[in-house]
Design a protein around this ligand. Structure first.
Ligand SMILES: *[C@@H]1O[C@H](CO)[C@@H](O)[C@H](O)[C@H]1NC(C)=O
Ligand SMILES: *[C@@H]1O[C@H](CO)[C@@H](O)[C@H](O)[C@H]1NC(C)=O
Length: 281
């Protein structure tokens, strides 16, 4: 009995030691978003314990694009992939640098670390990077008449600049967001070159005196790009990016008389149509 028990105990102790001393963890650090033309540094951090590194492999959406194998010559290899241009001089066993990212670069980046014999253990970690093109132009309000009377129909369009992903437009009347569907007219997104998109949202309502606060009415259109609600396939976690870009166009309608409420037929003249631009990151 004794002779049988001792080797068993010994074996259990050794495997415990190997497990405790080998590859412990892998963690990637990938920028959540980048703009087209920027470079992106993807870090792969790991603790090999007592293991020796066999290989580092980087995947984008499950396809390998970079490999670092210390024993191989050359040690680093990159594979052609659309939207993925590896800067070989700046990439190594701990990081990959992507040059001039574009909209096709967006995706899930995974680093897989494998250890040498005898453990052959491997571990991986992944994160998503989104390439976001923010609009360079403010939204534009069109359809503005030179004058309106109470009871007239106001029929406006707001058209956003080009961005990726498509911006979301909202109309505001006197700082109140317009939500009622009967006054909003949705038009299909317009596709532009290089994956950029713009949108148009119509606003149609008939002008009444209650729209005038202190003799003026402020109509505003705000375009925001606050990407991207994505679902992580495995965890079903919905995350949003820390970027929120807002641009707006403002239309100020002033009444000529100052007693709009009591004289419903008063002539209204647009005295100024300002374009404001607000940006927040
Ligand atoms: C692992 O490394 C530590 C120190 O780095 C050493 O004390 C330990 O004996 C090693 N374990 C194995 C199983 O090689
Ligand atoms: C608003 O834009 C749509 C789509 O471009 C167009 O069909 C419509 O005539 C425009 N309306 C106004 C008031 O400009």
């Amino acid at each position: 009995m004794r002779i049988f028990l001792v080797p068993l105990f010994y074996y259990a102790l050794v495997t415990d030691l190997i497990q405790a001393s080998g590859l412990k963890w892998v963690r990637v650090n990938v920028p959540q978003y980048r703009s087209p033309g920027e470079s992106a540094q993807l870090l792969c951090d790991y603790d090999l314990g007592n293991d020796t590194l066999y290989s580092i492999k980087w995947y984008k959406d499950h396809e390998e694009f970079y490999r670092f194998v210390p024993m191989a010559r050359p040690q680093a290899t990159s594979y052609k992939m659309e939207g993925v241009l590896v800067d070989m001089a700046l990439s190594d066993r701990k990081k990959v640098v992507l040059r001039t990212v574009n909209l096709k670069t967006s995706g899930v980046f995974r680093c897989e670390v494998s250890a040498e014999a005898p453990s052959f253990s491997s571990a991986q970690s992944e994160a998503r990077m989104e390439v976001v093109y923010l609009p360079k132009e403010d939204p534009i309000i069109t359809g503005v008449e030179l004058q309106y009377q109470i009871g007239d129909e106001i029929n406006l369009n707001c058209t956003s600049g080009k961005s990726h992903p498509a911006p979301v437009l909202h109309w505001y009347i006197n700082e109140q967001q317009v939500v009622s569907p009967e006054v909003l007219i949705y038009y299909p997104q317009v596709q532009h070159r290089h994956g950029l998109m713009s949108v148009t949202l119509g606003l149609r309502f008939s002008l009444s005196s209650r729209h005038f606060l202190g003799g003026s009415m402020k109509v505003k259109c705000v375009a925001s790009v606050s990407p991207v609600l994505w679902k992580d396939g495995r965890d079903s976690v919905v995350q949003s990016l820390p970027v929120k870009d807002m641009r707006e166009a403002l239309l100020l309608v002033r009444s000529m008389g100052y007693k709009v409420e009591t004289s419903p037929a008063v002539l209204l003249i647009i005295t100024s149509a300002l374009l404001l631009c607000a940006r927040s990151n």
